[in-house]
Design a protein around this ligand. Structure first.
Ligand SMILES: Cc1cc2nc3c(=O)[nH]c(=O)nc-3n(C[C@H](O)[C@H](O)[C@H](O)COP(=O)(O)OP(=O)(O)OC[C@H]3O[C@@H](n4cnc5c(N)ncnc54)[C@H](O)[C@@H]3O)c2cc1C
Length: 469
């Protein structure tokens, strides 16, 4: 795609108050919020059916202080959540954006449930690394496919236009940075130009653009990209051409547990409930519980660029709440044996080394001890027969760096001033994970997609309402 910015000239055949590029979680939440303000809104989406990385995700949104937590007796607060985000990101995240999304997440999840009928509940049988409270909210299937389908249904029920099979190719912009419209391309209908009062970039990050990944995230240049291939970095390419501030382009969400060669996500629940990872020499190589994101590069550093995630049937039962895990079982990715030596043989790893590693970890669990990597074990993580293992690799899930925005998703220029009517949300905007994979706290992706999407949609619509009145 030739993603460029052109000078605005003349009138547009079609004019819409608020235009959104990208129909993932960010774009659809923005559209629902804008429509609620009472403004007409259209979403331009390249694919035939909205999906994006949102559909590939587990659809889990972290939120603090929700009624779903309260009925489960979970104490939490936006401040605690914000502290967890900053702790993981080593204080690199913009505190204003962190404050906006952590305060906004609870009301957002309840709004999606109450206003739009999304049946959320809180994941209460395991926690993700770095979260001080159980705060992941998901839908029954624990899939992003269900999430994006339900968002699309809500958009359709609210008469929101989703213009599918149209790729946004160009922005038309005044010298003062005011966006006047965009050019879209339809395979059969050709090019069309649409004017707008406000534009929201919700077309995600640059994981699907190998050149940009090589430039900004060299560690992942040769890794499997597990996100949506259509996320080619258009938002940052346009933003760069406009003089927008780009932030933390080295930040990303990796994952150290993608079943290979099946390419199916194995939930980190298996680690948090007591599983370990061993390399092909039969050895552990780090504290797996620091986070799945940084584990991607760690796994790729091991010989053969794969490792084994090992757990037991009790843990498999917890992971079975995820459709992905059930799919991995159906695909034959999960080995199961009645004892550890047999499992080692099935995995083709040195039996003695692996048995010693396994027994060491089990002993530490018994006494609640720490291992040589400083991993803290607990007695409720003890495993028993039958035992399971899955061969996994590390992957790039999505990029976290992007356009610098304020607390309403307004895009900032390099000098810190804001563009008059340009917004960004989701992976198009800089996230709250800082500049590394380590900074990614589970759920940061959908957190900024949904909450910043909502805030940007609301602000764009309110601003448009004023300018049109
Ligand atoms: C396997 C996997 C699991 C994950 N699990 C979780 C999880 O459980 N919780 C969590 O918080 N995060 C998770 N994430 C991250 C999360 O999926 C993303 O952060 C989030 O979906 C980003 O939403 P988005 O709306 O910004 O982008 P997307 O959902 O990717 O949507 C962007 C859309 O823009 C469209 N588009 C792009 N360019 C153009 C253009 N020029 N014209 C028109 N359309 C365009 C694309 O086709 C796409 O539909 C996961 C990611 C992966 C890959």
């Amino acid at each position: 795609m030739n993603a460029i910015v052109a000078a605005a000239s003349g009138r547009f055949e079609t004019q819409l108050p608020v235009l959104i590029i990208g129909a993932g979680a960010a774009g659809l939440c923005a559209a629902l919020a804008a429509k609620e303000v009472g403004i007409d809104v259209a979403v331009v989406e390249r694919d035939a059916v909205p999906a994006g990385s949102t559909a590939l995700s587990a659809g889990l949104i972290p939120a603090a202080g929700t009624r779903f937590q309260r009925v489960n007796g979970i104490e939490d607060s936006p401040q605690l959540f914000a502290d967890d985000i900053q702790h993981k990101a080593k204080g690199q995240s913009d505190p204003i954006v962190v404050d906006a999304v952590t305060r906004g997440a609870g009301p957002l999840v309840e709004w999606l449930a109450d206003r739009h009928g999304l049946p959320f509940d809180v994941v209460d049988n395991f926690n993700y690394p770095g979260h001080s409270a159980l705060r992941m909210h998901g839908l029954p299937s624990r899939t992003g496919r269900e999430f994006v389908d339900r968002l699309r249904n809500a958009a359709e029920a609210n008469d929101i236009m989703i213009l599918t099979e149209r790729s946004a190719e160009r922005l038309f912009v005044e010298p003062d940075g005011r966006v006047r419209g965009i050019e879209i391309m339809h395979r059969e209908r050709g090019r069309e130009q649409i004017g707008c009062e406000a534009l929201i970039l919700a077309c995600s990050g640059f994981g699907g653009n190998p050149d940009l990944v090589r430039r900004h995230i060299p560690d992942m240049a040769n890794a499997l990209y597990f996100g949506h291939p259509g996320n080619r970095g258009d938002a940052i390419i346009w933003g760069d051409a406009l003089g927008a501030a780009l932030l933390h382009l080295g930040g990303y969400q990796g994952h150290g547990s993608v079943a290979t060669p099946h390419n199916i996500l194995i939930s980190w629940a298996v680690i948090m409930r007591g599983g370990i990872q061993i390399n092909r020499e039969g050895r552990r190589f780090c504290d797996e519980t620091r986070g799945y994101s940084e584990q991607a590069a760690e796994v790729l550093r091991q010989a053969g660029q794969f490792v084994w995630t090992v757990f037991d049937e009790r843990i498999a039962n917890v992971a079975q709440q995820f459709e992905d895990f059930r799919e991995a079982e159906r695909a034959g990715a999960i080995l199961k044996q009645k004892n550890i030596p047999d499992l080692a043989n099935a995995m083709h790893v040195p039996v003695e080394t692996f048995v010693a590693e396994w027994n060491d970890a089990e002993k530490l669990k018994l006494n609640g001890g720490r291992d040589r990597y400083d991993r803290q074990f607990r007695s409720d993580q003890l495993c028993g027969a039958p035992y399971c293992a899955v061969k996994v690799t590390g992957a790039l899930f999505h990029t976290q760096g992007g356009l610098a925005v304020d607390l309403s998703g307004r895009v900032k220029r390099k000098d810190g001033t804001i563009f008059p009517n340009l917004f960004a949300a989701g992976s198009a905007a800089a996230g709250v994970s800082g500049s590394t994979a380590e900074g990614y706290l589970s759920g940061n992706g959908l957190l900024t997609a949904t909450v910043l999407g909502y805030l940007a949609g609301k602000a764009a619509a309110e601003q448009t309402l004023i300018s049109l009145s």
